[in-house]
Design a protein around this ligand. Structure first.
Ligand code: PA5
Length: 446
């Protein structure tokens, strides 16, 4: 089993009878998800994706990745939210947060268009100077401002550097099958395109071309990743509640929420998990935070953040619970050396490995936080590899669907994201937004 849920550190907070009481709600939410009868069911194509993904497109993605590996030093992935978080998480989880600095025979991968920061884009443009570049622009709608702006800039750069004909060969477009500005442009120019399926929303799309192309370019075994997702789908779609950790995770987080624990902190002791946390925050935050409801998804990397947020978690407002990501085995390990002088008094650690020390920090913190009134769930992963990534993606997505339906929301829409966009368009002077702009400006002057 690639992931297993331990609930023993919730004892004293959640009783067995509470779990029994919510069991039927969870079973019913799962049935709604499986049968596609709930709110937003038009966007649940990801549930069966590990069984019926487009094999022809998958072969094209792999072939494109091989071409990209041979033809560039830097692969720029342009996208925001669900159009970049998953692939970035995969690269950092399976390879390393330091992927670009490691010795390797694959291109550096940089992410752009996930903010409007002029500094970030200028720095990336500097890094690209004198380097061969390929670009993957990813946007389901094709109209999102941040990636569209970055794509304009990179497209201009590619045309200047290579001329139109060669630039087109270096641009890969991942977007809607038929609709949208990006699809139109790709078809007009003749760029290779990949599809974000109609029935899969951005934050559930990492196992489609959205994630697969950048992940394959980074040299990650996507077959293994999809095998992990398939095994997770088989497990979590078929196992009964008592043996189904996706259902149990959904049950516990809803029970904790109902008991006043309104913030879930995802905690990992591996820095390679930081972007997984970001992916998870988007998945759960956008899926559940609506209609005045939803757990607030937060994250920490320990022991680093024990020296920043540790105080609050131990002692602050008691509306928190933690979900700890624990690895059974390290990807690499380091032995702590013996020191003749022992000036730091640490010779009691000599001969132990950092993995052992990290595991003790984890156990010590879980117990301390429980004593401080913060229940802990533990998700134990086998290791950080492609198989476990695919397995984890399916686990979290499936649990999210069940959890959202149990909460009583539509886990597959994101109406709240539009509010800032409407204001931004108005303030940037987009035609058609004049009246709204005037109202905003008068509020800003007050
Ligand atoms: O999960 C979602 O649907 C969003 O986070 C989108 O992925 C994000 O807003 C980007 O949208 P698009 O791919 O249309 O540019």
């Amino acid at each position: 089993m690639a992931i297993s849920l331990k609930t023993s550190f919730c004892e004293g907070f959640i009783r067995d009878c509470d779990v029994q009481a919510i069991r039927e709600e969870i079973v019913s939410a799962k049935k709604t998800l499986d049968e596609g009868t709930g709110k937003g069911s038009a966007f649940t194509g990801w549930v069966k994706l590990p069984y019926n993904y487009d094999r022809e497109e998958y072969a094209r993605i792999k072939a494109a990745a091989e071409r990209i590996k041979k033809s560039c030093d830097i692969f720029v992935v342009i996208g925001i939210g669900g159009s970049y978080l998953g692939s970035r998480a995969a690269i950092e989880f399976v390879k390393s947060p330091l992927y670009n600095s490691l010795k390797k025979d694959t291109p550096d991968v940089y992410f752009a268009g996930n903010s409007l920061s002029p500094t970030a884009l200028s720095e990336l443009l500097q890094i690209c100077e004198g380097k061969d570049i390929c670009v993957n622009v990813i946007s389901k709608s094709g109209t999102t401002t941040e990636p569209a702006v970055a794509f304009r800039i990179f497209r201009e750069l590619l045309v200047k550097k290579y001329g139109n004909e060669e630039a087109v060969k270096r641009i890969y477009v991942t977007t809607d099958k038929v609709r949208g500005a990006l699809k139109k442009l790709a078809d007009a120019e003749g760029c290779e395109t990949f599809v974000v399926p109609d029935d899969i929303g951005g934050r559930y799309s990492v196992l489609t071309a959205v994630g697969l192309l950048p992940i394959a370019v980074a040299g990650i075994d996507t077959d293994e990743m999809l095998r992990g997702a398939y095994d997770a789908a088989e497990k979590f779609r078929n196992a009964p509640f008592e043996e189904n950790d996706a259902m149990r995770y959904a049950a516990y987080r809803n029970l904790l929420y109902r008991s006043g624990k309104t913030t879930e902190i995802m905690a990992s002791y591996e820095s390679g998990y930081a972007m997984m946390n970001e992916w998870w925050k988007q998945l759960y935050g956008e899926s559940e935070g609506k209609d005045g409801k939803g757990l607030f998804p937060a994250s920490v990397i320990f022991s680093t953040d024990l020296h920043s947020l540790g105080q609050y978690i131990q002692d602050g407002v008691r509306n928190l619970f933690e979900t700890v990501i624990s690895f059974k085995a390290p990807t690499a390990d380091v032995k702590i050396p013996y020191d003749e002088e022992n000036a730091d008094g640490l010779n009691f650690l000599a001969g132990k490995t950092l993995f052992e020390a990290n595991a003790k920090a984890e156990a010590a913190t879980i117990l301390a936080h429980c004593d401080g009134g913060v229940p802990n769930l533990v998700l134990e992963f086998d290791r950080k590899d492609a198989y476990n990534f695919g397995y984890a993606v399916y686990f979290f997505e499936y649990a999210c669907g069940i959890s959202g339906y149990t909460l009583g929301v539509n886990p597959f829409d994101q109406p709240g994201v539009e509010a800032y966009k409407k204001n931004m368009y108005a303030l940037l002077g987009k035609p058609g937004y004049e009246e709204h702009a005037a109202a905003l400006l008068s509020r800003m002057k007050k």
